[in-house]
Design a protein around this ligand. Structure first.
Ligand SMILES: [Zn+2]
Length: 290
């Protein structure tokens, strides 16, 4: 497998920001627009299903190549690898392979997904079922020749969701093509605001280094946004204007520079994804000058 690794962190929006929608509507216009902002990434959401024709996907892929934008995809939100219903698990594996086929047409490398939820079962039991299902998914991905792209289980923000840092590390050990998607807003929300300073971010990164080694850690996929939380974790995505919940990107930028990380960082802010992605890039660049 050959993964195109990057020499610096890259930044971009997840989905269409409000500023894009002011005078654009079609994703085909996105690569040129993202590039005009000085950003490098765009994450295409298949949250409600993989509804993208091959023709359109290839057209978007051509634009992305022309403007040097790398597209990642977010697989459907209803993936449920921990389900007790065999049919739901089989369908979930199908959503993953469908996302990967579309990702190939888009010319991208990374497919992000949510593993599933406890569904009222004890955590250990639900996780074991999800892990078994993911092993089957990886076999299917390989059988279909889709294992030259990365699948990235995401760290989740609600306590009933599978996807703690430890669970994601464990899932990432299952294949060379499995890389972590670390959503720092989710981690912060799940544990009631634990990411306060750079030592807190370093502790997460150190767990990744210990569990997954250098390549997967340095090239991790990152979702970064401020997220409102309550006793059960995530409530809703905010923008960088939030002064209450966090986390602050500044501290993670210190950790990126100190550890020579080269993550792909997507903003999932509520409406200001492009502006906040650019703010993150500017913060990271300002650290290099010091
Ligand atoms: Zn996600």
């Amino acid at each position: 497998m050959e993964i195109k690794l990057t020499k610096t962190p890259k930044f971009g929006p997840s989905g269409h920001s409000e500023s894009f929608l002011l005078d654009h509507s079609a994703t085909i216009e996105m690569p040129k627009w993202v590039s005009s902002l000085g950003l490098e990434l765009f994450e295409y959401s298949f949250g409600k299903g993989v509804r993208l024709s091959e023709k359109t996907a290839r057209e978007i892929g051509r634009e992305a190549a022309e403007y040097g934008i790398e597209i990642s995809v977010h697989a459907p939100y209803f993936i449920s690898l921990a389900s007790v219903e065999q049919e739901k698990v089989d369908n979930s594996i199908g959503y993953l392979t469908a996302s990967l086929r579309a990702l190939r047409q888009l010319g991208g490398q990374r497919c992000i997904f949510h593993t599933g939820s406890e569904g009222g079962k004890p955590r250990a039991e639900a996780y074991a079922r999800a892990k078994d299902a993911f092993i089957r998914a990886l076999d299917e991905i390989k059988a279909q020749g889709l294992d030259d792209m990365l699948v990235c289980p995401e760290t989740m923000g609600k306590s009933a969701q599978i996807g703690t840092v430890e669970e994601v590390i464990d899932l990432c050990k299952l294949g060379d093509n499995v890389y972590p998607c670390v959503d720092f807003g989710h981690i912060n929300a799940l544990y009631g605001g634990i990411l306060k300073n750079k030592d807190d971010f370093q502790a997460i990164v150190d767990k990744m280094f210990d569990g997954l080694g250098e390549e997967k850690t340095k090239n991790m996929h990152v979702h970064f946004s401020k997220i409102q939380y309550g006793p059960k974790g995530e409530i809703k995505h905010l923008t960088f204007d939030d002064q209450i919940y966090g986390p602050e990107f500044d501290s993670f930028a210190d950790v990126i520079v100190k550890n020579n990380l080269t993550p792909h960082i997507l903003s999932e802010s509520a409406g200001t994804q492009s502006e906040d992605a650019l703010e993150m890039k500017n913060i990271w660049q300002s650290k290099l000058l010091k």
